[in-house]
Design a protein around this ligand. Sequence first.
Ligand SMILES: NC(=O)c1ccc[n+]([C@@H]2O[C@H](COP(=O)([O-])OP(=O)(O)OC[C@H]3O[C@@H](n4cnc5c(N)ncnc54)[C@H](OP(=O)(O)O)[C@@H]3O)[C@@H](O)[C@H]2O)c1
Length: 279
Amino acid sequence: MSLKGKTILVTGSTDGVGRFVAERLAADGAEAIVHGRDRARGESLVQQIRKAGGEARFFRADFASLAEVKSFASAVRRSAHHIDVLVNNAGIGSAGQGRQESRELSADGFELRFAVNYLAPFLLTRLLLPWLERAKEARIVNVASAGQQAIDFSDVMLERGYSGARAYRQSKLAQILFTFDLAEELDGRPITVNSLHPATFMDTTMVRRAGVKPISTVEEGGAAILKLVASPALADVSGRYFDGLKEARADPQAYDKSARKRLRALSFELAGMPDPLAA
Ligand SMILES: NC(=O)c1ccc[n+]([C@@H]2O[C@H](COP(=O)([O-])OP(=O)(O)OC[C@H]3O[C@@H](n4cnc5c(N)ncnc54)[C@H](OP(=O)(O)O)[C@@H]3O)[C@@H](O)[C@H]2O)c1
């Protein structure tokens, strides 16, 4: 699809693969909505894009707070007539900001990785759906991971047996369950939603913070994300999971309708919103 004149929001585009993707989209003619927590880095990316002749705007929001997600969605809705593509990319890794094995909580008291990596983009997507519907054709791209672990519905907030890796993997699988569930809901409407593992251990802050030696580049992961954003061949493809450039199978829980239903109900409850499909 041509990117000229498209409005594309990339969350977590102040760093890593999100930054690469926002730069590339703007270079190809899209208006990039840049997001992150660090205003200085966000504004500097916007300046860089504008200097190169592109269009961009920055919004600051910490996804560890659902109130900030709501204000962010409102600010985006005020500033854009519609959104063509939403790339849910922002995230924290297994090591996050703190020590790997110390359980952290969001401002709302939820396990931090579940909140930032899953619940925040769930809420943002829900709040921006009417703006995606205003586009002729829209896409949602959920940047998940090959690191996945089944959600234990009796302990979603990981009060028992916590590890940073488990928290990260659970949040990433939750994004995929959400992708499949939303694709079903949006069937017949001109919005597609897909998820992917961009690339393994790209050279980014998240990977370096975990003390892992990078084995791929942001260019490789970025190419996989850009394919889901813009490939004409994927115009009608929805509800899939990709590993890099190829379609792949996710953890079996993603194909379990009852698990998706449980996660959906929990997510609406935690986000404090009514489910539009609930009777
Ligand atoms: N790196 C890999 O090898 C790899 C592999 C599989 C999947 N992924 C996924 O790819 C996505 C990007 O990862 P990356 O490696 O590019 O990470 P990164 O370089 O650490 O960048 C993460 C981005 O997310 C933002 N972010 C982090 N916490 C946030 C919060 N609480 N609120 C709002 N924004 C927040 C960061 O903003 P700040 O600038 O404010 O920190 C930054 O822009 C993630 O979803 C990750 O799970 C990465």
